[in-house]
Design a protein around this ligand. Structure first.
Ligand code: GLP
Length: 280
């Protein structure tokens, strides 16, 4: 069998028989640098949006935050501004997206909330109303109830169509921290110290300022998406990416559950794919 990294699977030392099947259907897009990678990803999303507008119902997009995604939103906004005005107006009217997660204790107006991030990166450029650019409400009095409400809203909207995903340094997707079983749903989670350190940059560099809890869509909602796009850049994530894709699925590496999804696209730069057995 040939897998998308180009090498024979015999040489891969797979310890789980489901890994080869996953690799044989995984679609890999690799570019030397993040800039070229984001251009390619935006090309794909633009085609998706164009065809979504032809459908009677606009299937919600699943959106991610994080530093990795910033150039994606910048490029997307730039490219959409070149659309004919009437087409862009149609998109603005019909847009519906659900973000993966939000910090507990940060209302949407808080400058550190993911809601503020999304407004700055995307919402204000496309003039999206809050009910179109959905995130869990981090300021809710009862976060567990808010997680239930958010899960129901995703369900009510028919689930996610195209899901964008980043990868945490500890293997998290959304804020599904290790350990996260495959069946976990939208819920309140406690963030690992490693995650609070990783995200401290947005909080003046102080991990203690990063909230201790978050509301996140679970693997259940993520794996129910029609197609998943995992976007990974930089050498720091090369080893966790290798583990997630090539080792057996495990709650200790939540991203490894993506192996169970039929349509995963991996978008990587050279640095992040350094530990994958790619064709030279
Ligand atoms: C964050 C978010 C994830 C994101 C990941 C990677 O904490 N909860 O949705 O994909 O961690 O972040 P970054 O791109 O900044 O490395």
């Amino acid at each position: 069998i040939q897998h998308p990294f180009g090498a024979s699977l015999d040489g891969l030392n797979c310890r789980d028989h489901c890994v080869p099947q996953f690799l044989s259907r995984l679609v890999v897009q690799r570019r030397p640098e993040p800039t070229a990678l984001m251009q390619a990803l935006v090309d794909h999303v633009m085609v998706h949006l164009d065809s979504a507008l032809e459908q009677e119902r606009f299937k919600p997009l699943g959106l991610a935050t994080g530093r990795t995604m910033e150039p994606f939103y910048g490029t997307l906004v730039q490219r959409l501004s070149a659309w004919p005005a009437s087409r862009l107006a149609q998109l603005k009217r019909r847009w519906l997206s659900f973000n993966l997660d939000e910090y507990v204790g940060l209302p949407s107006a808080d400058e550190h909330s993911f809601a503020s991030y999304m407004h700055a990166q995307l919402g204000r450029h496309l003039e999206l109303a809050p009910p179109q650019l959905c995130l869990p409400d981090g300021g809710a009095d009862d976060p567990a109830e808010e997680a239930r409400r958010y899960a129901a809203a995703v369900q009510e909207a028919g689930g996610i169509g195209l899901q964008l995903l980043g990868l945490g340094g500890n293997g998290h997707v959304g804020f599904n921290e290790p350990p996260s079983p495959a069946g976990c749903g939208c819920r309140v989670v406690t963030l690992q110290r490693a995650t609070r350190i990783q995200n401290a940059g947005a909080f003046g560099g102080d991990p203690d300022q990063v909230p201790e809890r978050a509301i996140t869509l679970g693997l259940d909602e993520i794996l129910a998406a029609d197609e998943i796009h995992l976007i990974v850049t930089g050498a720091a994530k090369a080893e966790i990416l290798r583990t997630a894709l090539l080792d057996p699925c495990s709650a200790e590496v939540p991203a490894s559950w993506l192996q169970q999804h039929p349509r995963v696209h991996l978008w990587v730069d050279d640095a992040a794919s350094a530990h994958l057995p790619l064709l030279s």
